[in-house]
Design a protein around this ligand. Structure first.
Ligand code: CTP
Length: 383
């Protein structure tokens, strides 16, 4: 096992060293930036690499990928490219300055040099670069004293418009705060609160908010982040719901989404189903707790996703019995089907469905014991 891990790291290192040696030998000025520099400074591993290339990053990416043989994605409009190899992802961006067309909208892009590129970044700890070019290899660019802030454990924005320019930074600050156990600097906190009060988050598209929520739930300590978000922003959940998060496992994001009003998140239909099930979760649990007849248990749980049903006993242990009963009921083969009804002359429609449900309920509650009894009953009632 240990060997496997180290060979994975080895391959990762080889992607990194191939990348570095490519840039040392090339005519490009390139820099490691952002998370990679930050995490290396902190002394932890960072999965992906962000590179800033002074000049045409797309052209550089195409050449680099001849060596790495990964998947190359090009975003012409932004002058960026990414290479995905088995081991890691490398994002390349052309050094640029961004002029914000209007707050919270995606930026316009103009070419420029590394220092200007660092100026547009979110926090001092993310605004550091290390040259990987031949002439000044290893030189650190740290115009905002990011190293110092990392040492102090402080999250600090670069200028007072930062949260207005990009309100996703509110979520990012809270993510880093909880991930690293850092503090948000006093002025940064005040400007963050001001942006929240000015409803800057509401200017973001639902897609961008969803991206941030997904990133939060990828973090180990997502509950602490949600707690902060709930305390500070309008994306709140009640204390009672917050307490449920620990038992919800990998589904907790859908539970959280189900508690947020006024959004129309672009999620898949499977995800929508989970959100809907969680929306009625409290109600379903109360009904299931009171249910005694098998037919009732079945009616309550059959529309609910299996994952959500599995979570219920963790929320209320006494539900274990009714969930177990449901799992047995699910396996039962029904005595009569729609085809039987059609054969007996019933016409599909509301009444048809209700008779079918009644037969199912009677079977589950053992009011009829076999197919013969069921068919006999169907022949005898008028239709
Ligand atoms: N960045 C920014 N403002 C944002 C998003 C990103 O300034 N709203 C910059 C930061 O310099 C950040 C870099 O882009 O370091 C890369 O962003 P991202 O990949 O999201 O973050 P990482 O720094 O890699 O950190 P992590 O993924 O660990 O959160």
């Amino acid at each position: 096992m240990a060997k496997l891990k180290s060979s994975g790291n080895q391959q990762k290192k080889s992607v990194l060293s191939k990348t570095i040696s490519f840039f040392i030998q090339s005519e490009y000025h390139a820099y490691l930036v952002g998370g990679y520099v930050r995490d290396t400074t902190i002394g932890i591993e960072h999965r992906d690499i962000d590179l800033v290339v002074e000049g045409d990053a797309i052209r550089a990416a195409k050449q680099l990928n001849k060596k790495l043989k990964g998947n190359l994605d090009i975003h012409k409009k932004f002058g960026t490219a990414s290479i995905t190899t088995k081991q890691m992802r490398i994002d390349l961006a052309s050094a640029r300055v961004e002029k914000y067309a209007s707050p919270a909208k995606l930026p316009h892009v103009y070419p420029s040099a590394i220092n200007e590129d660092l100026n547009r970044r979110d926090f001092t700890m993310n605004a550091m670069a290390m040259s990987i070019s031949n002439e000044n290899f290893g030189e650190i660019f740290d115009p905002f004293n990011g190293m110092e802030d990392i040492k102090k454990g402080v999250i600090r924005i670069l200028h007072k418009e930062s949260f207005n320019d990009d309100p996703t930074r509110i979520f990012r600050a809270l993510r880093y705060k909880n991930r690293f156990g850092f503090k948000i600097a006093k002025t940064t906190k005040a400007l963050m609160t001001e942006a929240i009060n000015k409803r800057m988050i509401q200017r973001l598209s639902d897609q961008r908010i969803l991206n941030e929520i997904r990133l939060i739930f990828n973090e180990t300590n997502n509950q602490d982040i949600i707690k902060d978000i709930s305390n500070l922003t309008s994306l709140k959940i009640r204390k009672k719901d917050m307490e449920l998060l620990p038992v919800l496992g990998s589904n907790r994001m859908y539970f959280y989404l189900s508690k947020l009003k006024y959004f129309n998140f672009p999620i898949t239909s499977d995800e929508k189903r989970l959100v809907k099930d969680f929306h009625d979760f409290g109600n379903t649990i109360t009904r299931l707790d009171k249910a005694t007849k098998h037919s009732e248990i079945f009616a309550i749980l059959s529309p609910i996703s299996s994952e959500v049903i599995d979570i219920m006993p963790a929320v209320l242990p006494k539900l274990r019995r009714n969930v177990r009963i449901f799992r047995q009921l699910e396996k039962k083969k029904l005595f009569v089907t729609g085809n039987d009804l059609k054969r007996l002359g019933y016409k599909p429609g509301v009444k048809f469905r209700s008779i079918l449900n009644r037969m199912r309920d009677w079977q589950l509650d053992r009011k009829i014991r076999n197919r013969k009894e069921a068919l006999e009953y169907l022949r005898n009632i008028k239709h």
